[in-house]
Design a protein around this ligand. Structure first.
Ligand code: F6R
Length: 613
């Protein structure tokens, strides 16, 4: 989720790179850097000033050498390593003659780094990226040119990447390669550009070539050569982009929310990357709590706000089922002002996309005062909560611009379920085969999410039929209950419609009085151990005239039969189902808001991060 830009040609590469970085800044990166090939060799500057990093770079660039025809730049969204200048890209090899930028995650960086250090390399950053610079260095030492050296180095690399590198000895060349993470080349008469995102190119050109997975590009002024990572030649297929800058920032989607909903398979896949040792054991290496202290915990207390709280509620079911540890979940602003029972054997878990929500920060401080160990699940590396915690597990959803949480919410559930499985492993509460099977199921989620995303048209049709309704109830049971709460929250915040989330069995204790013809009941009714009871709850509201929408598992005709509208989803292990079931409810809230003409990225009265009490 980092931004890459490169330029080689007759124009000032520094100016092009800085302009491209500024165009990528809207995502709110944490640091930025640039490297140029000059007559004296590689010139590099980096800055870690959050969203003002690029402005800082512009100042630093005043001291750059005058001739600068080839350069690469990067804006970073930290995943491995803190957001410091030392971890900002570009990274250099030991000679200082090679500079490299990277977007993605090098999964086997720990073993590669150990081997490189054993062979005498000096690694200066905490990043997963730097190993690639040193691998290329070895290939160049062995006599290869930069392009062949990158091709050879990548044979050792596992994971997702888009990479770009320059070398002093080939001063007009940029080499780039991609697997999973995006990369586009921009074509001009006398210069060739490279970027992770089209907006970075728009000031210069609209002629672009999109690289496919496992391709390597060689850019020289006015020329582009593409080969596969195996060395086969690939035809260059050019297209013209007609987006304006705003459309390009959204990558062609009408708003950030739809872009971020579509990014969910990626967010989940990246959050799962790198978490399992070859022998199948779970390695949560950003968790700085010792195995011993995790094993000794006799209670878990999860605290969060809003959507993060709903993710925490899902986690309670998983932790209690898989570890038999009593687990409490509380809203951060409530937790702080009551007398919660926790002590040094409690594992307190703070869940926060931003890591800056003041109520959750204060709740974690409160937990520490009680002596609890504090683990934070956050999407922002080095956020305030992450810095204060005893341990952190990062979701790797990338920056979320839309105010409503979508991809970060599903990534939180995945991260919390990894914590649950780790606890189960340490406590021996699940047999190893069952843990492997569950991890295997987690790995299927990105594919299942893709399949669910393909069904957005069907949700749009249901939204069209519901347009005009004012009152919604969302019902769920077991893990379906937090899904219902989250579905109702999305609808409230985006469409400004009255929406209540309830446990299916609770309605008859009062709220059922509100059901009348015209009320819409959205029932999260995917297959789980309470499916039959859920059907009875649906019958109760149907008989009082409600319009019934069900989220149902593929092929579950019995559930579909009681509904006016069905949102089908692929079936998955019930404790993982909230990750899939969230998607149609996100689409439903999104579409109803758009039909009403509302701005889904900036709903009224809301801020992305709530830093006041
Ligand atoms: C809802 C939403 C909010 C946040 C809440 C917590 O779509 O985004 O409810 O979930 O403000 O924010 P974080 O996770 O940053 O602590």
């Amino acid at each position: 989720m980092c931004g890459i830009i490169g330029a080689t040609g007759d124009h000032d590469a520094l100016e092009i790179v800085l302009e491209g970085l500024a165009r990528l800044e809207y995502r709110g990166y944490d640091s930025a850097g640039v490297a140029l090939i000059t007559e004296e060799g590689i010139w590099r500057e980096r800055s870690a000033h959050g969203t003002t990093s690029v402005a800082e770079l512009v100042k630093l660039a005043e001291s750059a050498p005058a001739v600068r025809r080839t350069g690469i730049g990067h804006t970073r969204w930290a995943t491995h390593g803190h957001p410091t200048a030392g971890n900002a890209h570009p990274h250099l090899d030991c000679t200082g003659h090679l500079a490299l930028v990277h977007n993605g995650i090098i999964e086997n960086h720990t073993e590669l780094a150990a081997a490189l250090v054993a062979r005498g390399h000096v690694l200066t950053s905490e990043t997963d990226t730097e190993v690639v610079a040193h691998l290329i260095e070895e290939e160049i030492d062995g006599g290869l040119g930069l392009a062949e050296a990158l091709r050879a180095a990548l044979k050792a690399v596992r994971g997702a990447f888009s990479l770009a590198a320059v070398h002093r000895d080939e001063p007009t060349l940029i080499v780039a390669a991609r697997r999973v993470s995006p990369l586009v080349v921009g074509l001009c008469e006398d210069e060739t550009l490279l970027a992770s995102d089209i907006p970075a190119l728009l000031g210069r050109t609209r002629r672009v070539v999109t690289l496919d997975d496992d391709q390597l590009a060689e850019l020289t002024p006015g020329h582009l050569r593409i080969t596969t990572l195996d060395g086969d030649e690939v035809a260059v297929v050019e297209r013209t982009v007609d987006w304006d800058l705003e459309a390009a920032e959204k990558e062609g989607y009408p708003d950030f929310m739809s872009k971020e909903i579509r990014e969910q398979p990626h967010a989940v896949a990246d959050t799962l990357l790198d978490r399992q040792a070859p022998d199948g054991t779970l390695v949560l290496d950003e968790v700085r709590l010792s195995d011993q202290s995790l094993r000794e915990a006799d209670k878990v207390f999860i605290v969060a706000c809003g959507s993060s709280y709903h993710a925490a509620m899902v986690a309670k079911y998983a932790i209690e089922r898989w570890t038999r540890l009593p687990t409490e979940v509380d809203i951060a602003s409530e937790f702080r002002y009551r007398d919660p029972v926790l002590d040094e054997r409690t594992l307190a878990v703070g869940v926060s996309q931003s890591g800056e929500t003041v109520d959750t920060i204060q709740a974690m401080r409160e937990a520490r005062r009680w002596g609890a160990k504090v683990l934070v699940v956050s999407n922002v590396v080095d956020s305030s909560m992450a810095r204060e915690a005893d341990g952190v597990l990062y979701t790797r959803a990338g920056p979320e611009v839309g105010v409503a949480a979508t991809k970060t919410y599903v990534a939180q559930i995945v991260a919390l379920e990894l914590v649950a499985l780790k606890l189960a492993q340490l406590r021996g509460t699940l047999p190893p085969e069952e843990i492997s099977a569950l991890l295997g199921q987690l790995q299927t989620l990105p594919g299942l999410l893709e399949r669910t995303l393909e069904r957005s048209d069907a949700v749009d049709a249901v939204a069209g039929a519901l347009h005009g309704a004012r009152d919604f109830f969302f019902l769920g049971r077991n893990v379906g209950f937090p899904v219902a709460l989250e579905g109702a929250l999305k609808l409230k915040e985006l469409s400004y419609l009255r929406a209540e989330g309830y446990p299916g069995g609770e309605l008859k204790h009062g709220p059922i009085a509100l059901i009348e013809p015209g009320t819409v009941v959205v029932a999260v009714a995917t297959r789980n151990r309470l499916s039959e009871k859920m059907l009875s709850n649906i019958a109760e509201v149907k008989s009082r005239g409600a319009t019934i929408v069900v989220v149902a598992s593929d092929g579950d005709d019995a559930t579909a039969a009681v509904a006016d509208h069905v949102l089908w989803v692929p079936e998955v292990e019930p404790l993982l189902s909230p990750i899939i079931d969230a998607v149609p409810l996100q689409f439903l809230a999104y579409r109803l808001a758009r039909l009403a003409g509302y701005d889904v990225d900036r709903p009224r009265n809301l801020a992305k991060t709530v830093t006041v009490e």
